[in-house]
Design a protein around this ligand. Structure first.
Ligand code: BG6
Length: 478
């Protein structure tokens, strides 16, 4: 679906995120024909360079991070022609009038803040006071959105001085992932699941976001954050909200965000006994966490597992287990909904009956599978067997995995369309910090070491114990 014409200014245009995600994402939208012919992409950064040099930076970024081999050169050149560049001093006066002169009237105007949060306020102020933004302009801000409730509140307040909430797009790229939206489609477009979607029928939920990479290269940022701030407070929390929320009345921004907010506010505080944190050790040919960061005594966690309870009618008594970590065995992100056993087995206790399980694979190999129990073929009586009803999207929909839009490209197009449904509202972010702050404070005020785990493992033993003690098991990291 084509979008209206737009001018998109990217602050931090030469930075890592712009080169890895934002520009390759825009390139793919261009190559698929979705970008209007006169759309302007304006890079803004501190670096002194002209537009030719910037186009070269972007060309190299595309070669490295976008799948350009299959595209003819003129597609790349066509994309590069959309790019402009301005050197701008985010905290001073230089470059702003030049930037203003590049902007057109009568098209959607969006400003992407791909910069450190400490610059959000300065940029927002200049956009307004120097006449670059008006009431229809949009701003896009990236995580980390603060590092605790206090700093998130301060950021929200500084943006709110210049922009209305309806103009602010806070990105959590997990919300842009194809399967995350499919999770909502499955829940709310089928009659089958919703009646069972509660503590009466669901035994527990598992949310896993496992990565194989370490923190190498990002050590100085990561060591000040840790897995709790980097992943749990935002990405895992958003996934939890989408599974646990009440059906919104419409798939519209505030209807969805109101329901997510209610979930976050219903989360119980997590006692220390229900949280495990870990830190990866060196492995064969692999550095350990302490070699990847500057501080050789760091107690920052690269892994978190926890048991979370939601205090409301729907979920009372159904725990949500969440885990995420770096340097784990496989790159797997999935949500597992484990249903309860049937109340009584007419086939007897040894027939092989198993509880139903639905797993939603966010990546890789996006899809959903539902495990059902059927009769084992053959004459041997009523022996039961557990089989998957597998909906691997690439197979059933005939799409190639690499053609599924990346989260960033989808979200940037949503900004242009003016659709905030997949973006976080300020109160949601604050509520998520209010819940995670006490957990982080307990760690920061103590001196307990995180539990070590081997690179390439499934995380620390204590994370297995966290769920085993409830008589349950993590789904294997496949
Ligand atoms: C980012 C985190 O937000 O998400 C990274 O800062 C993490 O540490 C990344 O690696 C994971 O995203 P994805 O899309 O690769 O699962």
């Amino acid at each position: 679906i084509p979008v209206d014409s737009f001018d998109l200014v990217i602050f931090g245009a030469t930075g890592d995120l712009a080169r890895r995600k934002i520009l390759p994402g825009l390139f793919r939208r261009f190559a698929s024909g979705q970008m209007p012919e006169d759309a302007k992409l304006i890079g803004a950064a501190r670096s002194e360079m002209d537009v030719t040099a910037y186009r070269q930076v972007v060309r190299e970024a595309l070669l490295e991070f976008a799948d350009v081999e299959s595209k003819p050169d003129d597609v790349i050149e066509g994309f590069l022609r959309h790019l402009e560049f301005v050197t701008v001093d985010a905290t001073g006066d230089d470059g702003w009038s030049e930037l203003r002169s590049l902007l057109r009237a009568g098209v959607v105007r969006a400003f992407y803040f791909s910069v450190a949060p400490s610059l959000f306020g300065d940029i927002a102020e200049r956009l307004k006071t120097k006449g670059l933004a008006d009431e229809d302009s949009r701003i896009v801000v990236e995580k980390p959105f603060g590092r605790d409730l206090k700093s998130a509140k301060a950021l929200n307040a500084s943006l709110a001085t210049y922009f209305d909430e309806s103009q602010i797009y806070r990105i959590d790229h997990y919300l842009g992932k194809e399967t995350v939206q499919n999770l909502m489609a499955v829940r709310f477009a089928n009659i089958l699941f919703e009646p069972l979607w509660n503590a009466q029928f669901i035994d527990h939920v598992q949310i896993t976001v496992a990565e194989t990479v370490g923190v190498g290269g990002r050590g100085s940022y990561y060591d000040k954050s840790g897995a709790m701030r980097d992943m749990v407070q935002n990405h895992l929390m958003q996934l939890l909200c989408l599974i646990a929320m009440e059906p919104p009345s419409r798939f519209e921004p505030d209807a969805v965000r109101d329901e997510k907010l209610k979930v976050i506010r219903a989360l119980d505080p997590v006692p220390p006994s229900d949280v495990v944190r870990g830190q990866y050790r060196a492995g064969k040919d692999l550095t350990g966490y302490l070699e990847d960061v500057e501080d050789p005594d760091s107690i920052t966690e690269s892994f978190v597992a926890m048991k979370v309870q939601i205090s409301n009618w729907r979920w009372q008594g159904t725990p949500f287990y969440m885990r995420t970590g770096k340097r784990l065995r496989n790159r797997t992100s999935e949500i597992v909904i484990r249903f309860k056993e049937t109340p009584h087995s007419i086939f007897g206790p040894n027939s092989g009956s198993a509880a139903n399980e639905m797993s939603i694979r966010l990546q890789p190999n996006e899809g959903i599978d539902l495990r059902l129990t059927i009769k084992e073929p053959g004459p041997g009586g009523m022996r039961l067997v557990d089989v998957p009803l597998d909906m691997t999207f690439s197979e059933i929909l005939g799409v190639k995995l690499k053609d599924i839009p990346d989260a960033y490209e989808r979200l940037i197009m949503d900004v242009i369309r003016g659709n905030q449904t997949l973006f976080m509202r300020g109160d949601e972010v604050e509520a998520a910090w209010a819940w995670s702050d006490p957990i982080i404070e307990t760690w920061e005020n103590g001196d307990q070491q995180p539990d070590g785990y081997d690179s390439g493992s499934a995380g620390p033993e204590s994370a297995l114990e966290l769920i085993h003690r409830d008589g349950r098991r993590w789904r294997e990291l496949r």
